[in-house]
Design a protein around this ligand. Sequence first.
Ligand code: SF4
Ligand code: SF4
Length: 253
Amino acid sequence: MAGVSRLQYATEARLIRVMCSGRVDLEFILRAFTNGMDGVFIAGCRLGECNYITHGNYHALKLVLLCKRIMEHIGLNPERLRVEFMSSGEGILFAQVMNDFSKKVKDLGPLGKSDDIDEADVKSKLEEVTTLVPYIKMAKREKLESPLENEAEYEGFFTREEIDELFSEVVSYYIDPEKCQACMICRRRCPVEAITGGKNQIHVIDQAKCIKCGTCFEACPPRFGAVQKIAGEPVPAPIPEEKRTLTRKGKQK
Ligand code: SF4
Ligand code: SF4
């Protein structure tokens, strides 16, 4: 409506249309910041007036509340992210909110500046958090799916302590080459193809692809117990390719 009515609003804004604000993923927001945006604004339909039974705008709201806490965790000002709900006929409101947000972001300055973080540091922190998005969504799934009744709940829906704790609990998974029996169960069950290995090949986890779902840990037969959970210490480097061939005990000469 703002465009049709030829209303003026901040020219710095880059619009990305989606069918529903519920389509906006946590990863999209973090990637926008990683790619150099100083602020992210999400506009959705009025709460309670979603066209879909999924109430995507509530999902967007919860995601924003979660993302704001994540931003605080990595040292970014959460005011760089904003969500507002309005109808498609409220062009004047849209233009006003866009101008207001644009001014806010300009006052804050380039990402990292008012936050007192070095530019390279911001990028690496954002990239690190982005790789954990599946883990974060899995850990907070229940809350993300639960109803948000009224505005009074927004502030405390996700707390800073809760998010700090979430990140302190992040675990990595590692396959102990001494125990792996190349049964291939974990490789077949991994949802993101982060495990490589073959019939007689010790399996390894690609840490860059792993979304920390824990499926391999659950799937590895207890008699092998080859998958380990690692927290608070570095994950050992994978064994080199040439040393991955499994020599089964009965076949050793
Ligand atoms: S934790 Fe999940 S994603 Fe990571 S390697 Fe295991 S099964 Fe794959
Ligand atoms: S399930 Fe366990 S034993 Fe089987 S390939 Fe995976 S890590 Fe190795």
